[in-house]
Design a protein around this ligand. Structure first.
Ligand code: E4P
Length: 215
């Protein structure tokens, strides 16, 4: 399973890219708003770092024509841009048009398996179930990701599943176990995955013992 960073913070992107931890970056309007910089500048910087992986950028319009216009403009910025379109009926219209033009599209804010099926039929390259936000409303986000995986496999659908709104390492393990293609997550979760106090203690113990070796 690939790991993408759900952030527009350039320092975080450089940090996790240099660790070999991430192979793509996802953003949304809320994530962009945290950086207090122009969207165009942020996107430009991200695409300069993430030269060999996808960079996801979301449209703001809620009507199909507006989404198509924004999607075309985003796609022109860099060959690795993936246009994020929300899973609403107008969004599906935009997906059909953009996908037919060869633009890579991710249908985002997916809360049901039926939205994922429609997105795949419209031509989406990715669908993004919001795992953590489903947990937040008392449902089981992992179950949705598993349902979509099962349905796509049963139907031979090649649209990739990118689990979004990933909140902790257990989400990551379970998503990997069920064969989800990608999980996108904040840097905090990658830090939690990469760090184990037992490993740290063991490494420190080795160094301490090494001091006893005659020099
Ligand atoms: C993906 O790009 C989504 O926009 C994102 O994962 C949402 O995550 P959140 O629920 O933590 O805001």
């Amino acid at each position: 399973m690939k790991i993408f960073l759900d952030s527009a913070n350039i320092n975080d992107i450089k940090k996790f890219y240099s660790m070999g931890a991430i192979s793509g970056v996802t953003t949304n309007p809320s994530i962009i708003s945290r950086e207090n910089r122009k969207f165009e500048d942020i996107l430009n910087d991200i695409t300069l770092i993430m030269v060999d992986g996808p960079v996801f950028a979301e449209v703001l319009a809620l009507d199909a024509d507006g989404m198509i216009e924004e999607g075309r403009a985003l796609a022109k910025k860099s060959p690795n841009i993936v246009v994020k379109i929300p899973a609403i009926p107008e969004g599906l219209k935009a997906v059909k048009t953009l996908a037919a033009e060869g633009i890579t599209v991710c249908v985002t804010v997916v809360y049901s398996a039926t939205q994922a099926i429609l997105a795949a039929n419209a031509g989406a390259s990715y669908v993004a179930p919001f795992v953590g936000r489903l947990d937040d409303i008392g449902e089981n986000g992992l179950n949705l990701a598993a349902d979509i995986r099962e349905i796509f496999d049963a139907q031979g659908i090649t649209t990739k599943i990118i689990a979004a709104s990933v909140r902790h390492p257990v989400h990551v393990t379970e998503l990997a176990r069920m064969g989800v293609d990608v999980a996108t997550m904040p840097g905090k979760v990658i830090d939690q995955m990469a760090t184990n106090p037992n490993t740290q203690r063991a490494v420190e113990g080795f160094l301490k013992d090494w001091e006893k070796v005659p020099k």
